[in-house]
Design a protein. Structure first.
Lengths: 326, 399
């Protein structure tokens, strides 16, 4: 057992970080808005970086890495708030032709979740994966009757509201649906970890530069302690997300279900609290469209509702531990 | 990023588990006067330490040349998991020596000091206490005023220490003194090994809010200490102090962290048994969510510790990094939140500190009261937040 990132994982992280920092700087967010929340060129570049094919075998065009590596990659995507149906396309690689190469943009929705059917990125999708209790379907996005939501919560996550979903082609059974939910939760946890990190760093940098009462506001304990708590949440989220990745790869290393659900709980909380703190530490500017804090908070709400909410996962963890006690 | 245990780890686990099962049963529970009588407590805790030593399970990450086991990183984690799982006797009065005094000596002591002092800690022969805080130097520890004046090859110590656990029975004290009275506060401190049988030491126990006297005030009046008992250089004690504190904050509470998992399991057992609103308390969805949330956080804490122990493995003597403050802050506040669920579940039964009816109040009530000390001891939560924001995030420093 050695829980540190391996040398290869450090190199992978640094590579994706360098790419995202260069390709998706803060100024790019407004550009994505102009594109309607999706950038096809960026998508192709992400595919070339291996974001979708990462875990496939070499024969399938992948590099045979594991979920631990994917979590590291997704935390980097989260740091820069990379837009698009990243987790669904990653999960669809190997199932839907062209997902791995980025030629087929694959989105998805879990139809078992109560409430209105809100489909993300519908206009940009080449395939829509639908999770049911007992099966997985592939649906032709153009056959979905849905109204575009005029003002999505997250300006970088366009959504449609559908009354129903058309019947699609069955591409998997209940076990696959389960696995996709679980692996989706692990990937979302990675992305949320990235959000927790990035919002802490954004707020810390601002607090160092913004002066009031003749000194940087980051010198006041009222602000320092908010930021220290953000750091702790980020580190808790990191441990939880990494544990989820490592346990998906080696289920005998722990309780797979509880570990993945635990990651979604901790990472979801960390991202939510840190992105709110990021708005607060920025003061009035934090409430403007210009400062990017709001993009992070809004994406966090999108992810809170993807692959299970914090409350749902907390209950799964409780049921697991209670069942073990008997 | 690998959480798997190797075959040899699992073999180690199986052997340790079998050994613990046999030895714990043979050793028996603490005597009735364990809490009230210090000699009884010392006898029980050091007796168990001696058994660990004889079984080859003491000083798990300490070098072999000083009597330790020098176990691998993963074996250390297995060790903590098994000790907690087996509900082995607590490290108790050996806490300071085993968990931060000894590790500080290994990292910073002279060869002579290590040869003389480390093995007796592992065997349970020597008990250590901590002489850091003073009435005027709590969170601002570096402002401490205990004075050491050098006379020949001795320091003569005068001062007043507080919150000193195990002072009544300790053989040695990790003692911070001021050796330069002109230098800035951080630059005039020295870390001394102080034998508690030296003359001029007076101990006054303090009664805590739990009703026990776990710590004392200690007064030093012209107490002599050989200069050879310096750890690190004269006036370099603040650096050595930070080594001690890293251990105290980063890894000293490892077994308690894992014990919280057991606590939560016990809480669920009680919640399934007791009735609230005409149903088992466990039927309450809000309670289940809260417990699930806390369990997820405890699992993350354990993963965080695995990460921090993995990272510390490359450091001198396995010293935790500055991230120890994050572990300490998260752990102590989580401990309070977990134990608060217990005392709330007890409801009116919590009016008794001792077990009553179905309620294990020694767990549900006493533990929560005791938890209030955790966010104060070893550097309050507020001090940890200062450390994190200044040394990790690089925000402006307090004076």
């Amino acid at each position: 057992m050695d829980f540190r990132l391996s040398e290869d994982q450090v190199a992978l992280r640094d590579g994706i970080r360098a790419f995202c920092d260069g390709r998706v700087p803060n100024e790019q967010f407004a550009e994505f808005e102009n594109l309607g929340g999706f950038d096809r060129e960026l998508w192709t570049e992400l595919a070339e970086m291996g974001v979708f094919a990462l875990r496939l075998s070499e024969d399938e065009g992948g590099v045979e890495l594991g979920m631990a590596d994917a979590v590291v990659v997704f935390s980097e995507l989260g740091r820069r708030l990379v837009p698009g149906p990243l987790a669904w396309s990653h999960l669809a690689a190997g199932l839907v032709d062209g997902a791995e190469s980025g030629e087929t943009v694959v989105g998805g929705i879990d139809a078992t979740v109560a409430g209105p059917l809100m489909i993300e990125h519908l206009d940009f999708l080449d395939a829509l994966v639908v999770l049911y209790e007992d099966r997985v379907e592939r649906v032709d996005p153009s056959s979905v009757k849905a109204d575009a939501v005029a003002t999505p919560l997250d300006p970088l996550t366009p959504v449609h509201h559908a009354q129903s979903l058309p019947v699609g082609e069955v591409i998997g059974d209940a076990a696959l649906a389960d696995r996709m939910r679980r692996e989706g939760a692990a990937l979302a946890s990675g992305f949320l970890l990235g959000i927790a990190e990035a919002t802490q760093e954004l707020a810390t940098e601002y607090a160092k530069g913004r002066e009031q009462f003749g000194r940087p506001v980051g010198g006041f304990q009222a602000i320092k302690h908010i930021l220290a708590d953000c750091f702790v949440r980020q580190e808790v989220a990191r441990a939880a997300a990494y544990a989820a990745g490592a346990t998906v790869d080696h289920p005998d290393a722990g309780d797979l279900i509880a570990t993945v659900s635990g990651a979604k709980v901790n990472c979801g909380e960390a991202a939510m609290k840190n992105s709110r703190a990021c708005v607060q530490v920025h003061g009035g500017m934090g409430y403007t469209w210009e400062v990017v804090a709001h993009y992070y908070l809004k994406r966090t709400w999108v992810l809170e509702n993807s692959f299970g909410t914090v409350d749902e996962h907390a209950e799964i963890v409780a049921d697991r531990v209670a069942a073990q006690i008997g | 990023m690998d959480l798997r245990y190797s075959e040899s780890d699992e073999k180690f686990r199986a052997e340790l588990r079998a050994w613990l099962e046999k030895e714990i049963a043979a050793y028996g529970p603490p005597p009735a006067d364990y809490i009230s009588d210090w000699d009884s407590r010392r006898g029980y805790d050091t007796g168990w330490q001696r058994r660990l030593y004889e079984g080859g399970y003491a000083g798990i990450n300490w070098p072999r040349e000083y009597g330790g086991c020098d176990l691998s990183l993963s074996e250390q984690i297995v060790y903590y998991e098994e000790i907690a799982r087996a509900d082995a006797p607590y490290v108790g009065v050996n806490f300071v020596g085993m968990l931060h005094g000894g590790p500080t000596l290994i990292a910073e002591g002279t060869e002579e000091q290590k040869k003389k002092l480390i093995e007796p800690i592992i065997t349970g022969e020597h008990i250590w206490c901590q002489g850091f805080s003073e009435p005027g130097a709590g969170s601002d520890l570096a402002s401490l005023q205990a004075r050491a004046v050098r006379v020949g090859d001795e320091y003569i110590i005068n001062g007043h220490k507080i919150w000193t656990s195990f002072a009544q029975i300790a053989d040695y004290c990790e003692m911070l003194v001021r050796t330069d009275f002109e230098a800035p506060k951080h630059k005039g401190i020295s870390w001394l090994i102080l034998p508690m049988d030296a003359p001029g030491i007076e101990i006054r126990p303090l009664k805590t809010m739990t009703g026990e006297s776990e710590f004392s005030e200690v007064f030093f009046n012209d107490t002599p200490v050989p200069v050879s008992n310096l750890v690190g250089k004269e006036n370099d004690g603040w650096r050595v102090t930070n080594v001690t504190l890293r251990f105290e904050r980063g890894t000293a509470f490892t077994s308690e962290m894992y014990n919280l998992q057991e606590y939560l399991s016990q809480l669920i057992r009680v919640a399934k048994r007791v009735t609230r609103d005409d149903a088992a308390a466990w039927e309450d969805r809000a309670l289940r969510r809260e417990v699930g949330h806390l369990k997820a956080e405890l699992d993350a804490l354990w993963a965080m510790l695995k990460l921090s122990i993995s990272e510390a493995a490359g450091n001198e003597g396995g010293m935790p990094g500055v991230g120890a403050s994050a572990v300490k802050l998260f752990y102590t506040e989580l401990y309070q939140r977990v134990t608060e669920v217990g005392i709330r579940l007890a409801g009116r039964a919590a009016l008794s500190r001792d077990d009553v009816a179905d309620f294990p109040n020694e767990q549900f009530v006493a533990k929560h009261m005791n938890s209030l000390s955790l966010t104060i001891a070893a550097g309050s939560s507020q001090i940890q937040r200062n450390i994190i924001s200044e040394r990790i995030l690089g925000l402006p420093r307090e004076r």
